[in-house]
Design a protein around this ligand. Structure first.
Ligand SMILES: O=C(O)CCC(=O)C(=O)O
Ligand SMILES: [Fe+2]
Length: 202
């Protein structure tokens, strides 16, 4: 556990595998990022998802919202989920990240980490609706949090990227196939953070 805590605070890893991950700090300037963080926190219809895990109900330790094109949908645990309609701000950010990503995104998942208790556990974004080797564009606002990645077959093979206010992280290639990622909880004081992951839903 001590090892994991140190890792999460360790800062930017050197030698990120660029075929899987590319990091661009300062995609959006501070003034615009401050404005967008505030607006997203206040105006997004945030929900806390409840998932059934065997017999237990587990509450997602963060708030989420899903936006996208009107013709896409997802089958989650129960029934059909349709995305919210694009807002002008989310469309503008989508247009900024598309030329850097080389794809046209059809949806964006928003995560709101209210403080250090909010997190996302180790997972990979490997879903049928995303297809094989998905390109996912991640934009972050607010509190810098460590984005940790580890290889599925060798948990000692790992990297950590501090995702800064207004930064852009591109995930691609076999990242979701062979690696897992997370945002760990932190015992330190953490201000709010909003993360956007733009995805192509097939
Ligand atoms: O908050 C982040 O930076 C990552 C979010 C994430 O991994 C996800 O929504 O699948
Ligand atoms: Fe993810």
């Amino acid at each position: 556990m001590e090892q994991l805590a140190l890792f999460a605070e360790a800062g930017q890893s050197q030698g990120l595998p660029v075929k899987y991950l590319e990091y661009f700090p300062g995609l959006i300037n501070k003034e615009q990022s401050d404005f967008l963080l505030d607006k997203l926190v206040k105006e997004t219809p945030w929900k806390q998802q409840v998932r059934r895990m065997y017999t237990k109900e587990v509450i997602t330790p963060r708030l989420t919202a899903w936006y996208g094109d009107p013709d896409i949908y997802d089958y989650q645990s129960l029934g059909k989920t349709v995305p919210l309609n694009w807002t002008p701000e989310l469309s503008a950010i989508k247009k900024m990240v598309e030329p850097l990503s080389g794809v046209t995104f059809s949806s964006v998942l928003l995560n709101y980490y209210r403080d250090g208790n909010d997190s996302v556990a180790w997972h990979s974004d490997k879903e049928d609706i995303l297809g094989k080797n998905p390109v996912i564009a991640s934009v972050s606002f607010g509190q810098v949090r460590s984005f940790d990645i580890r290889h599925k077959d060798d948990h000692y093979l790992r990297y950590s990227v501090r995702l800064e206010h207004g930064s852009f992280l591109l995930m691609k290639g076999g990242l979701q196939e062979n690696w897992e990622h997370r945002i760990a909880k932190s015992p330190k004081f953490m201000r709010p953070r909003v993360n956007l992951t733009f995805r192509v839903v097939k």
